[in-house]
Design a binder for this molecule. Sequence first.
Ligand code: C5P
Length: 213
Amino acid sequence: MSTAPFTVAIDGPAAAGKGTVSRALAQRFGLAHLDTGLLYRAVGAQTLDGADPIKAARALVPDALERDDLRTAQVAQAASKVAVMPEVRAALLDFQRAFARRAGGAVLDGRDICTVICPQAEAKLFVTASDTVRAARRHAELLARGDDTTLETVLRDVRARDARDAERAAAPMRPADDAHVLDTSDMSITDAVAAAIDIVAQARAARGLPVER
Ligand code: C5P
């Protein structure tokens, strides 16, 4: 394992395939992975329990990311509401930056990784897809998890979250100028992963880093 810092930063809207692509890249190149959405979800979940979001973000411990209700639609909305608060974002910044530059390299996925958390990342991707494709994917995921919801509800939630994430003043979701945009609307997950692997392999090769584990 190389000890040079090597960060893959991945942004994009909900259910675009970021998580799958990130996990595949981490596995392929032997990098640590942080799903930064979980930090906001953990704070959002505690807020639904009555906690103050800023205090919850400042006191967040790794165990809080292990709660088994963090993937629900209700927690997703709560996460995007606490994520508009600059104090919440500031409280989560150092942990993400340290993770990004850890020895051995890391993949982080979220909304502001390329633009705010790690603008110096060696590889940057913006993984996206149309809102209807993303809603259909998220709907299938929620049904598989036993969450009884309709496609219309999921589409409405995805659009509400997109608007909140893209229009907020603090670290809005947007593709970094130098990010590779990967639109997965008409791509299989295998093709999306292969395209992402190519981009990262080129960034590693350009720095003389191994492209095989
Ligand atoms: O990625 P995920 O859907 O789990 O993220 C939940 C919410 O957390 C997003 O809708 C967004 O509001 C917020 N988030 C963020 N910045 C990140 C990651 C997530 O604002 N880096």
